[in-house]
Structure formats: C-alpha cells, structure tokens
Design a protein around this ligand. Sequence first.
Ligand code: NDP
Length: 278
Amino acid sequence: MSVWFVTGASRGLGLEIVKAALSEGHSVVATARDPQSIEKALPGYSESLLALPLDVTSENAALAAVQAAVARFGTIDVLVNNAGRGLVGAVEETSDAEARSVFDINVFGLLTVLRAVTPVLRAARSGRILNISSTGGVVAWAGWGVYSATKFALEGITEALRLELEPLGVQVTSVQPGPLRTDFLASSSLGHVSRVIDDYATTGGASREWAASSHGQQEGDPEKAAQAILTIAAADEMPARLPLGTSTLGDIRTKLTAVGDELEKWQELSRSTDVASY
Ligand code: NDP
C-alpha cells in the first residue's frame, strides 16, 4: 500500500482520487484550502486519512503539509498535483491580474508543491508524480488561451521533470482530462474575465456561452477518471501522458495530424535556415 498526497482535494476530481485511493487501502494525505471539507466528505477514515490545509500558492503551507505527512505516514509515494482552476475569455480581454492569478495556482502553485514533495521521493529513490493537465494542455481553443497557457506550461514542466527524475527512480506523468462533470465550469470555480470586447463575440464570447450552458452536461465521469488515475499509478511504467475521455482522444489526434501536415508542407522553408555547412 502507498501513501498518496493530493492537492485540491475539497471537491471534484481531487476528492474522487482521494476516495478511490482510500477504498483501495492506501493512506492519503488530502490537502485543501479548507481541510474540513474533506473530513466532512469522508467520515470514518481516521486512520488512513490526513486532511491538511494547503493553498498551493503558499510555499510555507506546502512545506508544512509535507512535514506533517511524513511525520504521520513516514513517507510519500504518490503525488497528485490536481489543484487548479479555469479562466474563460479571449486573450486580449484578459487583464494582467486575471492572467497572473490563474498562473499562480495552475503553474507556480504546482511548482511550489513539487519543490516541497520531490525531495521525499528523491530520497526514497522511488515514487510517482501525476500532474493533472487537460486536453487544453495540448489543444488551445478560442476563449481558453490563458488557461491553456497554464496547462501547456504544466506539460513542459512535466516532460522535463520526467527526464530529470527517471534516473532517480521517480516516474512522472501528465493526465489530460477532457470535460469532467465537476464544479470546474461552475461560478464557484471558473474565472470569467471582466472585460468583454464585441469583436470576440463569436470566438472568446462563444466559449463563455458554451461554459455557461455546459456545466452539469460534461461527458467525463470524475469517479471513472479517478479510477483511471489509480490504474496508471499502479502500472509498472506510467505513460508520459494519459488522455481521458473520447473527445480528448479525437481532439489530440486532430491536433497531431494538423501539426504533422504543417511540418511536411513547410519543411523546405524550415530546413532553409540551417547554416550552409551543417
Ligand atoms: P473543481 O473546480 O471541481 O475543483 C478544483 C479544485 O482545485 C478544488 O478542490 C479547489 O479548492 C482546488 N483549488 C483551486 N485553487 C486552489 C488553491 N489555490 N490551492 C489549493 N486548491 C485549490 O474542478 P476539477 O475537480 O474538475 O479540477 C481538478 C483539476 O482538473 C484542475 O487542475 C483542472 O484544471 C483539471 N481539469 C478539469 C477539467 C474539467 O472539465 N473538470 C478538464 C481538464 C482538466 P476549493 O474548493 O478551495 O476552491
């Protein structure tokens, strides 16, 4: 049995991952801005569950949570960087503060937690890190540019971290869910930019409308997504990426094909910039 450390465990996918890990007999350090929400959702797990306060934007809180986790369970085997939120709005509509606040959670918060937990995994020369990305970490749609930028950043961090930690016995993967039926699109989670520019009505504006009408209608089941996460965490070799959901598979295939087609079409121009003797 392993010791799991999960961020953003108050609700949604994070809470489902905690439930799934507990029901498989693992010990879980479930962290959230309000840890009481976890205790309320999961009564009766006093031995195997440690609910701790963690706003991922706080380095001190991350270090304290890791210290408390190790004091209680001796180690951490599996880190799930799940905390995150969305932001909908066209790129130009997004203010500096709005862009920074979502980067603070989805990117700098993830880095903060990684810096706190990775030393424990490195010392053990084993462990797993699962970073919750998104289809939006591979494909950027109108209205989701800044949110996608946070998940593209997560993808870059994850890809490099995988190479850095593999020789040290730690496996790293990125999980790429499509739309999941959580609070992600609800007003309690999703940020909306405050500036609306009419010229973007059919692009960024259409995504705003899609978000408003799609809450509760998403195709992805967070409980099944959590089970899939448990499955890859137990695999001998975790894949570099795990897309979740049928639409995600289609969206990523379409993107890969378009990128491949453009590579072929423009390759002569691409090659033309090498120095002559290369
Ligand atoms: P929810 O909005 O239901 O849950 C988001 C979770 O993140 C909550 O527990 C929330 O805590 C937590 N969180 C937000 N900010 C912070 C912070 N500063 N510190 C700690 N925790 C924080 O959405 P999901 O469960 O769907 O989202 C989970 C992950 O999945 C996110 O990374 C999201 O980007 C990703 N994802 C979701 C998709 C979807 O369609 N649902 C699709 C693709 C990716 P609190 O309760 O305190 O607000």
